[in-house]
Design a protein around this ligand. Structure first.
Ligand code: PRP
Ligand code: URA
Length: 207
């Protein structure tokens, strides 16, 4: 199953700013949304479009319109930090929410919220979360989205650990995974190294 690491200079530069420990919450959030938008610009090349007839001030012509609903599924909390960057490019996208947190001791995923959208069974569905660490959260989110009936699902993260990619590929072999960077490893507490720390805390200014 496909794993794509983005190595675009703009993404590398913005991700490096995010990794730095002295980057402010505001800059962290802005760079995260910008990277999410840049990634989706590339990823969305396979969204189907249909030809439509339109009138311009000069007369009749044809144009193109996105032919299927798009649903963004942020994994709360940190996934919320990627939504507006994608919505700026796809303003008609609907948003479904999945609330998960990782137990800091066991690293097991706990679900506290899930709300789908209209038309998800027909939608181009983008699950977003900046961090793919053990893979537990991504696997649970994809389980939920599949239960909702979504068929065309992609998982987009910023930083992935090899352990998480492997676990996700094993659990959901057909799902395409996109990351801005594939990092080295997980540490003994399940944090990605070198990573960027706790994404949720850095986005929301907690801790
Ligand atoms: C972080 C991150 C992922 C998860 C990744 O969320 O945003 O959802 O950990 O780890 P995993 O691959 O080992 O499951 P966290 O549970 O810290 O919650 P938060 O977004 O509310 O901070
Ligand atoms: N969640 C984070 O926010 N950061 C990590 O490095 C791992 C999980």
């Amino acid at each position: 199953m496909a794993f794509t690491e983005f190595k675009h200079p703009l993404i590398l530069d913005k991700l490096t700013r995010m990794r730095k420990s002295d980057t402010s919450t505001k800059d962290f959030r802005e760079n995260l949304n910008e990277i999410a938008g840049l990634m989706v610009y590339e990823i969305a090349r396979d969204i189907p479009v249909s030809k439509i007839s339109i009138n311009t001030p000069m007369g009749k012509t044809y144009g193109f319109t996105i032919d299927m609903p798009v649903v963004i599924v942020p994994i709360l909390r940190a996934g919320l930090g990627m939504v507006s960057g994608i919505q700026q490019l796809i303003p008609t996208a609907r948003i479904a929410h999945i609330g998960l947190y990782r137990d800091e001791e066991t690293l097991k995923t706990h679900q506290y919220f899930a709300k789908t959208t209209k038309d998800i069974t027909e939608a181009y569905t983008l699950i977003v979360d900046p961090m793919l660490a053990t893979g537990g959260s991504a696997i649970t989110a994809i389980d939920i989205v599949k239960k909702w009936g979504a068929k065309q699902i992609k998982f987009i993260c910023l930083v992935a650990a090899p352990e998480g990619v492997k676990a996700l590929q094993k659990a959901h072999p057909e799902i395409e995974i996109y990351a801005a960077a594939l990092d080295e490893k997980l540490d003994e507490k399940g944090y990605i190294v070198p990573g960027l720390g706790d994404a949720g805390d850095r986005i929301f200014g907690t801790k």
